[in-house]
Ligand binder design. Structure first.
Ligand SMILES: [Zn+2]
Length: 269
């Protein structure tokens, strides 16, 4: 498993914000110690971003023309780098270890710490029959909005409900949602995942893109699921057993154990 990572993604920081450089640094340090191979990525090109987002959205991000505490103005070079790193991970069936995350960004909207939808951009760029499996604890309403009704891409999401962004209660056409109540135990979580993976297989994709959120962890401060460290190994194994060429990109995950969680997930793939 190749790790695509550029240390520039650690450069920006909003004091007190949960989406901190420490998240990526922790994962980097654990994976480095475990002997994973790293390559760097380059920023996405404007035309790649425009495969997904509107010109107005691109200009808004470029101009840092959006007020906000939750998704604060940052230099466009960081969202561009995250998208570019994710494209490279997709091309190499690797893991995009990057920030900011992407799955809450819609065609013409940002929010939930997301500016450009990294996974959506990579999927559009590769242009294959793809399933996006989103296992972040939050529903990726941005990804769903981008691909709803698309015949070549299916979106499959497991997420806690009720929880931000309060969407993803029902499935619609090519978008399949598996909401989970707060406090769901690991056994029930894995059972739901098994069901979701049947949906993934039935689409017969050439490519699987995983929006990897590590905020389903029992000790994550932003949500109430109960996946254990070892549980991430089980999730990784279940995904591997599908036998579909797969790439991954980091979305959320806010506990101090994020590095170990990521390793448990990746070691089985
Ligand atoms: Zn999340």
């Amino acid at each position: 498993m190749l790790i695509v990572y550029s240390p520039q993604c650690l450069e920006y920081e909003i004091p007190g914000h949960p989406e901190s450089p420490g998240r990526v640094r922790r994962i980097h340090d654990v994976l480095k110690e475990k002997g994973f191979r790293f390559v760097s990525g380059a920023p996405a090109k404007e035309q790649d971003v425009l495969l997904v987002h509107t010109r107005e959205h691109f200009e808004k991000v470029r101009g840092m023309n959006y007020p906000g505490i939750e998704t604060p103005p940052i230099d466009i070079e960081y969202p561009l780098l995250a998208a570019g790193v994710t494209i490279k991970a997709a091309e190499n069936l690797g893991f995009a270890l990057t920030r900011p995350p992407g799955h809450h960004a819609g065609r013409d909207s940002l929010g939930g710490f997301c500016y450009f939808n990294n996974v959506a951009i990579a999927v559009k760029k590769l242009n294959r029959k793809t399933v996006i499996l989103d296992i972040d604890v939050h529903h990726g309403q941005g990804t769903e909005e981008i691909f709803l009704g698309d015949e070549d891409v299916s979106y499959v999401s497991l997420h806690q409900s009720p929880l931000y962004p309060m969407t993803g209660l029902k499935s619609d056409r090519n978008c399949h949602n598996f909401p989970l109540l707060p406090g769901t135990d690991e056994k029930a979580y894995l059972k739901t995942l098994e069901k979701a993976l049947t949906t993934v297989e039935s689409f017969r994709p050439e490519l699987l893109a995983v929006s990897l959120g590590l905020d389903t962890f029992a000790e994550d401060p932003l949500a109430g699921q109960n996946v254990t460290k070892e549980g991430y190994g089980k999730i990784g194994k279940m995904i591997k057993e599908l036998g579909i060429p797969t790439f991954m990109a980091l979305e959320g995950g806010y506990s101090d154990e994020i590095g170990e969680l990521c390793w448990h997930f990746l070691r089985t793939l």
